[in-house]
Write a protein that binds this ligand. Structure first.
Ligand SMILES: CC(C)(COP(=O)(O)OP(=O)(O)OC[C@H]1O[C@@H](n2cnc3c(N)ncnc32)[C@H](O)[C@@H]1OP(=O)(O)O)[C@@H](O)C(=O)NCCC(=O)NCCS
Length: 157
């Protein structure tokens, strides 16, 4: 069974370890960024049998907006619905706290790189809609056009 709860300070290194174990998705500079962002913004973890298997870091952007900065699962347990469970719980909690729009940035489909085809499929299946492509995105390495996705958790008008 999967449970989802807010990340605690003791979870930090486990989450960083998960990122370090995803070299197809994250460059070697990312674990340090995740450590800083998790400390700064907080996040949620997915647990199975008492063990953390995935995490999400979310930055609030004012009262009604938030960005999913990072998300990752242990590779061995992908495509079993655990990412959906984790993100669905997080989106419900954000909605309950007043968030109405959520952004996530990922690698754009103009780059032929299969690992991120699965990632885009995941966000789209959750209801995220691509609204833009930004290339280059400040802070991202050259050659990595960013797909900007948005999910509406409620009306804003
Ligand atoms: C992205 C990630 C969090 C998704 O979690 P997951 O548990 O593997 O995904 P789920 O099993 O919940 O998949 C939900 C849906 O997403 C889509 N999807 C997920 N993996 C897919 C794949 N490999 N190929 C095609 N579609 C895929 C499918 O529509 C799937 O539904 P289905 O299995 O009923 O067809 C996880 O795979 C991961 O950590 N990936 C590497 C890191 C990463 O990409 N992070 C996000 C950076 S922006």
């Amino acid at each position: 069974m999967t449970t989802v709860r807010p990340a605690a300070p003791d979870d930090l290194e486990t989450c960083v370890g998960i990122v370090a174990g995803l070299p197809e998705h994250f460059t070697p500079d990312v674990p340090a960024k995740v450590r800083g962002d998790l400390q700064r913004h907080g996040g949620w973890v997915a647990q199975r049998a008492g063990r953390i298997v995935g995490f999400v870091v979310v930055s609030r952007r004012g009262e009604r907006a938030a960005e999913v900065l990072w998300a990752g699962l242990e590779p061995a347990i992908r495509r079993r619905g655990i990412g959906t469970r984790l993100l669905t719980d997080v989106l419900h909690e954000l909605r309950a706290n007043g968030v109405r729009v959520v952004e996530v940035k990922t690698l754009d489909a103009s780059v032929d790189y299969p690992p991120y085809e699965a990632t885009r499929a995941f966000w789209e299946r959750l209801g995220f809609v691509q609204v833009d492509t930004i290339d280059p995105l400040p802070g991202w390495n050259p050659g990595n056009p960013a797909a900007i996705y948005i999910a509406a958790l409620g009306t804003t008008v």
